[in-house]
Design a protein around this ligand. Structure first.
Ligand code: ZN
Length: 220
């Protein structure tokens, strides 16, 4: 029930932004197309997850025109965000980013996006947009160094993921991230190795709650 209300709140706040630009249409029918117009520029959204992506994007105005593609497939974690390899040759504002979505994790004892609730899907997608927000501020050299350290230093990997979780919470997706984390660690059938990986590198549910308590202006 609480989750449903939160979803309604996010859809509604997203729509308010749309209608703020066109007050005469206040009573217009709620349409996915309206959200797409407001937040979907330069995005190729994955079928079945359009609304989740647009709700998450509504809290990242900096990414309004950023080019982001989604690819469904099999990978180690539930989702991952990365710049397209040609970022070295592109200006910062012309970069293309890819978000990989794992829809086959059950085959390898991980967590697939298809098994998550709507709110948890919004939470993990918002986490990936927080990564892209950070990438969008980096120079080419910073991106290369960040990538190298991410894969070679567990300490740095943990630092990046926890900072990304914190940005996600600061953008108002604390409840959704909590639902994702709580599902993965306490309710999913993921293997222990996967859960240990999540515990080591990411905020755990109680830490998400603690962070939300400190952000009184966002979570009253
Ligand atoms: Zn991440």
């Amino acid at each position: 029930m609480r989750t449903s209300l939160l979803i309604l709140f996010f859809v509604f706040s997203a729509l308010l932004s749309v209608f703020a630009e066109a007050p005469g249409e206040r009573f217009a029918e709620i349409k996915l197309e309206d959200l797409r117009k407001a937040y979907g520029n330069n995005k190729t959204l994955p079928k079945g997850y359009e609304l989740q992506c647009l709700i998450a994007l509504s809290r990242y105005p900096e990414l309004k025109d950023t080019r982001i593609n989604f690819i469904l497939g099999d990978l180690k974690t539930t989702m991952a965000a990365r710049p397209q390899a040609d970022f070295i040759f592109r200006k910062k504002e012309d970069r293309v980013y890819t978000i990989l979505i794992n829809n086959r994790a059950a085959e390898r004892e991980g967590v697939s996006i298809v098994e998550l609730s709507f709110a948890a899907q919004v939470g993990i997608i918002a986490h990936e947009f927080a990564h892209i927000l950070a990438y969008s501020k980096m120079s080419r050299l910073e991106m290369i160094l960040c990538g190298g350290r991410y894969f070679s230093s567990p300490y740095f990997h943990q630092k990046i993921e926890r900072e990304t979780d914190l940005i996600t919470i600061e953008r108002g997706f604390g409840e959704q991230l909590y639902e994702f984390s709580d599902y993965v660690l306490n309710k999913s059938s993921a293997c222990d190795a996967y859960k240990d990986f999540k515990k080591k590198f990411y905020y755990q549910p109680e830490e998400i709650r603690q962070a939300m308590l400190k952000m009184k202006t966002i979570y009253q």
